[in-house]
Design a protein around this ligand. Structure first.
Ligand SMILES: [Zn+2]
Length: 337
């Protein structure tokens, strides 16, 4: 048991730590000198990073700072493939194809809309929970199908047992009646075993039908859940980019590009593009972009550009948290001895 005095000391120490971690977001707006340093920092990044990587870095840096999403590192990877797509995977990893960056050349707001949408998939936990939810759904449906299959099998087996019982009775009768009876018995047995085979085949067919139906139901439920998540990511992504000061119309321009891809007008794993455009317009009215931009501007001016490194697996760019990319340096800063 801690003594009251120890408790007070501990809680004082804890609030000191909390105060320390809260300080960066309460920092004052950048001085002109700091602004000049920021410009130099970005120029260096532009020289160091390949063109597409620089764009993605700048977009993530700005969205993260404007929305308070700079508490832990992000990872980004540009896949050199002409594909009009991007995806979120692993933990805080955004993968974007060079094809979509090329298709949106000159329009950083539209690219920001792609990135903001993928960041939202992470913050809304669609990646972490989505996989577990899908696995649980699949397990549940498999269990249901199995239970129904077992019931069907039992029916078929009991049919088969009744038939063999009937055959045995006829067989006994045949023995009692002698040669003529045997003929009756053989005919009866063969027609019963045919009926049994047919019932078994019918049961097998019904089982197959159940499994097909359940699979179709599962696919439909999964697609509905995917589409719900896509709308959520659009909604959150729009707010992210508007706070970061990008043009929200960038999202509409992105949708124009998506609208030219095959099956854009249909609901697939993604909602149909016209529905996404309609929702985006509703969002712009519900959350005015200027108000969001004001909120974000304060956060950006009170923070520093996020540093970047190659992630430890060497495959992606790590965009560091507001604490930087080196825990060793962080320890040195905190404890001089
Ligand atoms: Zn998505």
């Amino acid at each position: 048991m801690l003594s009251p005095a120890t408790k007070i000391t501990l809680s004082a120490a804890l609030s000191a730590i909390l105060l320390q971690t809260a300080l960066p977001t309460q920092a004052k707006p950048q001085t002109p000198q700091q602004q000049a340093q920021t410009a130099i920092f970005y120029q260096k990044a532009k020289k160091e990073l390949p063109k597409d990587w620089y764009v993605v870095y700048r977009v993530i840096d700005r969205i993260a700072r404007a929305n308070g999403l700079d508490n832990s590192p992000w990872r980004a990877i540009v896949i050199p493939e002409y594909n009009i797509n991007a995806f979120a995977t692993d933990v805080n990893l955004i993968a974007i194809y060079s094809g979509i960056i090329d298709q949106l050349a000159g329009d950083s707001s539209a690219i920001a809309c792609v990135v903001g949408h993928e960041m939202a998939h992470h913050t809304k936990r669609h990646i972490a929970v989505g996989k577990a939810e899908k696995a649980a759904l699949i397990a549940q449906i498999e269990k249901e199908a199995e239970a129904e299959v077992v019931a069907e099998k039992k029916d078929a087996e009991s049919d088969a047992n009744q038939n063999s019982f009937g055959g045995a009775v006829l067989g006994t009768l045949g023995n009692v009646l002698g040669g003529w009876g045997n003929t009756v018995s053989n005919v009866g047995q063969s027609s019963l075993s045919n009926a049994s085979k047919q019932r078994k085949a019918e049961a097998q067919k019904r089982i197959q039908e159940i499994v097909t139906l359940k699979k179709a139901e599962l696919e439909q439920r999964l697609a509905e859940s995917d589409r719900r998540q896509e709308f959520e990511a659009d909604e959150m992504g729009y707010q992210y980019i508007a706070r970061a000061g990008f043009e929200p119309e960038g999202c509409l321009r992105l949708m124009e590009v998506f609208a030219r891809t095959p099956s854009a007008e249909f609901d697939t794993t993604h909602p149909a593009v016209p529905k996404r455009i309609e929702r985006l317009k509703e969002l712009m009215a519900k959350y005015p972009p200027l108000t969001l931009a004001q909120e974000g501007k304060l956060k950006i001016s009170a923070s520093q550009p996020l540093t970047y490194d190659l992630s430890q697996d060497g495959n992606s760019l790590r965009i560091n948290s507001r604490r930087g990319g080196s825990a060793a340096d962080d320890i040195d800063r905190r404890f001089k001895q």
